[in-house]
Design a protein around this ligand. Structure first.
Ligand SMILES: C[C@@](CO)(OP(=O)(O)O)[C@H](O)COP(=O)(O)OP(=O)(O)OC[C@H]1O[C@@H](n2ccc(N)nc2=O)[C@H](O)[C@@H]1O
Ligand SMILES: Nc1ncnc2c1ncn2[C@@H]1O[C@H](COP(=O)(O)OP(=O)(O)O)[C@@H](O)[C@H]1O
Length: 304
């Protein structure tokens, strides 16, 4: 009997998300600067007679446990490519908010690819896993890669980016999620009739990441989906204001939201901003986390 394989996978924040026109396939052309941050899901693959998903941790009431689960889809895709049955028990220990704009489902898919590849001995290479990841979703390759990366196309074409040092963040978790397609649709509605420039990476932002200068990074952070997320969830404005008032260098919505991200000067400031957000009553909970952190990696061959 093969031993269970556990993979740890980080969440992401888009420190820049520039949204361009709608492509013929319906996806938006993006420039997305991803940063992997220290909120994690763990995916454990255990031998089983059939494909089965269980979940514990954050927001699990909103995690589908059938074959539509992104981790289940990842296992089925890897198995199909290798001509084997997708028989595995995948346990998801969730620390990334569900439908929060931090790519939790994508992280689970990335983790399931790596864990099943280890359990089944399918021997897919890193590039092989990255290409399967891109088939599963625009955001699935990044949690495999980790660190920081520039995403192009629909977000799946990655170029690694250098970041000096560690950036200290606070994430305010909201009550309930926001569906990504609804946020893109609201984005289209808000910009109807306007010219759509091609998305471009900000040289200021890339420079600030390279030097690890949080003060220089703060004014360069941007998210084109923020207005759409705020339009669908106006109360997020109060969360953003509470974090800024508490001393964050900058505040923005994470991807399609509704999680909000606060860049802070250092770890002590992150602790203070986190406490102030918790006390403000404008969010469900708040967590301090730093980045960049490594992408999906096997932490143990251990029981689920
Ligand atoms: C917005 C972002 C920012 O990183 O993530 P989240 O903040 O939701 O985590 C991503 O673009 C989400 O990526 P992901 O969640 O993988 O999206 P996919 O499964 O590929 O697509 C889900 C839906 O999002 C919309 N979509 C996604 C990517 C893209 N470039 N253009 C789009 O219009 C489409 O409506 C699509 O049907
Ligand atoms: N393993 C999974 N974990 C969380 N959500 C999942 C998973 N598989 C499928 N989903 C579905 O995907 C939706 C988006 O989840 P998630 O990836 O966490 O959010 P986001 O795209 O905002 O980062 C959820 O509402 C849920 O219905």
């Amino acid at each position: 009997m093969r031993k269970p394989v556990t993979v740890r996978v980080p969440a992401k924040v888009n420190v820049q998300l520039a949204v361009g026109g709608v492509r013929p396939d319906g996806f938006h052309e993006l420039v997305s600067v991803f940063l992997a941050v220290g909120l994690y899901d763990e995916v454990t693959a255990t031998p089983a007679d059939t494909l089965r998903i269980t979940a514990t941790g954050l927001d699990t009431d909103r995690v589908p446990l059938g074959r539509t689960n992104l981790a289940a889809r990842a296992a089925q895709l890897l198995a199909a490519r290798h001509g084997i049955a997708p028989d595995v028990h995948l346990h998801l220990a969730k620390g990334i908010p569900v439908a929060g704009g931090m790519a939790g489902g994508s992280a689970d898919a990335a983790g399931a690819l790596m864990a099943c590849n280890g359990l089944w001995g399918t021997g897919a290479s890193r590039d092989g896993l990255l290409s399967l990841a891109a088939e599963l979703g625009s955001d699935v390759p990044f949690p495999l890669a980790g660190g920081a990366a520039l995403g192009r196309g629909r977000g799946e074409l990655l170029t690694p980016l250098e970041v000096s040092g560690t950036l200290c963040w606070v994430f305010a978790l909201a009550d309930g999620g926001l569906p990504t397609p609804a946020v893109y649709a609201e984005f289209d509605r808000l910009r109807e009739g306007q010219a759509v420039p091609a998305p471009r990476a900000s040289p200021l932002l890339l420079g600030a990441l390279r030097t690890g200068d949080a003060a220089a990074l703060a004014p360069a952070l941007s998210n084109d989906l923020q207005a759409a997320a705020l339009s669908l969830r106006p109360c997020l404005a109060a969360t953003l204001a509470a974090g800024t008032a508490a001393g964050a260098l900058a505040a923005l919505v994470c991807g399609s939201g509704p999680t909000t991200a606060f860049l802070t000067r250092d770890a002590a400031s992150a602790t203070a901003v986190c406490a102030a957000l918790l006390a403000s009553g404008t969010c469900c909970t708040a967590r301090a986390a730093s980045g960049p952190v490594p992408g999906a990696h096997i932490v143990a061959h251990r029981p689920a």
